[in-house]
Design a protein. Structure first.
Length: 266
């Protein structure tokens, strides 16, 4: 794999993973719009592990507090951090269950086309705009309840569609439920931790089954670049949400969807 392809894949993954614009959609488009060969499962694992390191590093204090809180929860002592950890687990379950059946059904490959990415961007961009506008912005993460966590988790199932955006659908549901933009983004990013771990574990299992477990120089480059790009993106996004709506991301997705449909049909 060329260094140019590695850099592009890592930067695209790192920049788009936590923004409501769909990382899987953008990664699929790289294959559609270039002559590059498929990067393979090892590079997929590497860039995802890079973004995982970035989100854990950025929220390191909260992650540690949730780990301690969850351990205390197992001992019967309920703390706000332990409750948040529990809610993240609850929100992760729907995607785990849905992902299991989707992978077994074998329909994943049929959802990788540019046309799916285009229409998904258009549809879920409208959802993002509507929920961001009607969201009352009255709740913080400390107000999270089981029903809200489960609703966000169910919304995350739609991220199995390339172009839907995991960050986009989870933030849309959180905004619909009345959570402030920064808190909606925070929960979405924290929710990515078990989600990425689960996806990476499934990929690693597949690699082991195939007997291809070699770690290469390419993986190190991809993971490092993805981590740097993701950390910078998280920091910038959280700062921007202090004084902006999600509309710029909606506009970007509408334009992307329109350009893709024009390219496909004309």
């Amino acid at each position: 794999m060329s260094i140019e392809q590695l850099i592009v894949l890592a930067l695209v993954q790192g920049i788009t993973e936590f923004l409501p614009i769909s990382s899987s959609g953008h990664l699929n488009l790289i294959g559609e719009l270039t002559s590059w060969s498929d990067q393979g499962i090892l590079i997929d694992i590497a860039v995802h592990m890079g973004t995982l390191l970035a989100v854990i590093a950025y929220f390191r204090r909260e992650v540690w507090q949730m780990i301690v809180g969850f351990l205390l929860l197992l001992r019967g002592r309920v703390t706000p951090d332990g409750r948040l950890a529990l809610f993240l687990i609850i929100a992760t379950l729907p995607a785990v269950i849905a992902g299991f059946f989707v992978l077994r059904s074998g329909i994943v490959g049929s959802l990788r086309g540019a046309e799916i990415v285009a229409w998904a961007n258009l549809f879920f961009a409208v959802i993002l705009y509507a929920t961001d506008k009607i969201g009352m912005t009255v709740k913080r993460l400390e107000h999270m309840e089981t029903g809200g966590a489960l609703a966000i988790g169910i919304a995350q199932v739609f991220s199995l569609i390339p172009g839907a955006s995991r960050a986009g659908v989870t933030m849309s549901m959180a905004r619909f439920l009345g959570y402030e933009r920064k808190d909606a983004a925070r929960f979405s990013m924290l929710l990515s931790i078990p989600t990425i771990i689960g996806a990476a574990a499934a990929s690693i299992y597949e690699v082991v089954q195939l007997g291809d477990v070699a770690l290469g120089y390419d993986m190190g480059i991809a993971a490092g670049l993805a981590a740097i790009a993701a950390f910078a993106t998280i920091a910038a996004f959280m700062r921007l949400l202090e004084h902006m709506t999600l509309t710029p991301f909606v506009i970007y997705r509408l334009l992307l969807g329109a350009v893709l449909l024009g390219w496909i049909y004309y």
